[in-house]
Design a protein around this ligand. Structure first.
Ligand code: FAD
Length: 331
């Protein structure tokens, strides 16, 4: 199918963008080289509203979570598969300091409305969720293949730009070279798949690493963060570290059935990035999803549609030109 708009990459970013374009009635084509190195292939699909050692709410989570929920429910209807699962997180305190941070933040209301009951060992995080990314990617791929919208294979950027009015880079780690002024950072991450009996399928256990149930008998254990590493090769050191966390969190026998690795793409300000290349406006971008792709991708995809249909500018905190401004002001 010929379309003026080409999305490069059908990971989480490309899939959400394709879905928003489809429901806005904007024709598009999408090309993907296969999910072999896609970060979306290994991600657990978690949306956790409170993260980090200092227990902080994810950026704009109050407004972005409802947008994400609506988008994934819409995709469920379109694809005919369940994707969105409401979850709770049982977060254990790492040490006395974290216990104190929690007490202060609970008292001040800084964690509302996502914080639940606390006790001496930890507390509950409410309104977490898990998106089944395997089902999402496979379902969307099937749909767009059947409609002749999706092409399998590596895109050559110059050819793509010559043949389309607009090419939007949703290629994750594979697409960063086109936006040479963006200070990309990389973080390798790994997860284990384990079998274990008697899990509560609605509860994520979190103590440094997390255990996220897929069913009552299988779970993902993750995730490692190795800043600066840009390879997707599973390692023995990650297996050992995640195995130790699985033992501590599960407190019963478990068996590893799989291990996978991927590369997160992040920016120094820990915000995602979207918009047009400043000197090549026919090249667009939706990326830098870091560890929050599930939360951020639906909102960024919607910004792209608002931009294309009504000329709405991208929000300044995510717009790709913010890196040019920083550079010129430092010069
Ligand atoms: C271990 C781990 C756990 C994670 N857990 C979570 C989590 O629980 N929750 C969360 O929100 N995020 C999580 N993340 C982060 C999440 O995976 C990413 O934010 C998100 O998947 C990035 O999606 P993307 O579409 O930008 O890139 P990708 O998923 O990498 O997709 C890019 C696609 O583009 C294709 N491509 C690249 N170059 C080309 C080309 N030239 N031509 C054609 N196709 C091309 C690739 O083949 C790939 O399919 C995790 C990441 C890791 C590594």
């Amino acid at each position: 199918m010929r379309a003026d708009l080409l999305i490069v990459g059908q990971g989480l970013a490309g899939t959400l963008l394709g879905w928003e374009l489809e429901r806005a009635g904007i024709p598009f084509a999408i090309a993907d080289a296969g999910h072999g190195r896609a970060a979306s292939r290994v991600a657990a699909g978690l949306l956790n509203p409170i993260t980090g050692r200092r227990l902080v709410k994810s950026w704009r989570v109050e407004t972005l979570r409802p947008i994400a929920r609506e988008a994934y429910h819409g995709l469920e209807s379109m694809l005919g598969v369940p994707l969105w699962q409401e979850m709770r997180v049982r977060r254990s305190f790492a040490d006395e300091r974290q216990r104190t941070v929690f007490a202060e933040k609970q008292r001040s209301g800084a964690l509302a409305p996502f914080v639940g009951a606390g006790d001496a060992d930890g507390f509950w995080i409410e309104e977490a969720a898990r998106v089944d990314l395997t089902a999402l990617l496979a379902g969307a791929r099937r749909r767009w293949q059947e409609r002749g919208v999706l092409r399998e294979g590596e895109v050559h950027w110059d050819e793509a730009l010559a043949g389309h009015e607009l090419v939007i880079d949703c290629a994750g780690e594979g697409g960063v070279g086109r936006f040479e002024f963006v200070p990309w950072e990389f973080s390798k991450g790994e997860v284990l798949t384990v079998t274990v009996e008697g899990l509560d399928p609605r509860v994520i256990l979190n103590h440094g690493h997390w255990v996220c149930p897929l069913t009552s008998g299988t779970a993902l254990v993750g995730a490692t963060h190795e800043f600066g590493l840009r390879n997707a090769v599973p390692s023995m050191s990650a297996r050992t570290a995640l195995g130790a966390s699985a033992t501590e969190l599960l407190k019963r026998p478990w068996t590893v059935t799989g291990q996978s690795a991927g590369v997160r793409v992040t920016l120094p300000d820990r915000r995602p990035v979207a918009g047009r290349h400043p000197s090549q406006p026919r090249l667009g971008l939706l990326g830098g999803l870091g560890a929050k792709g599930v939360l951020w991708a639906p909102w960024l995809a919607r910004q792209w549609v608002n931009h294309l249909t009504e000329g709405v500018p991208f929000e300044s905190e995510v717009e790709v030109g913010r890196f040019l401004t920083n550079r010129s002001s430092q010069a």
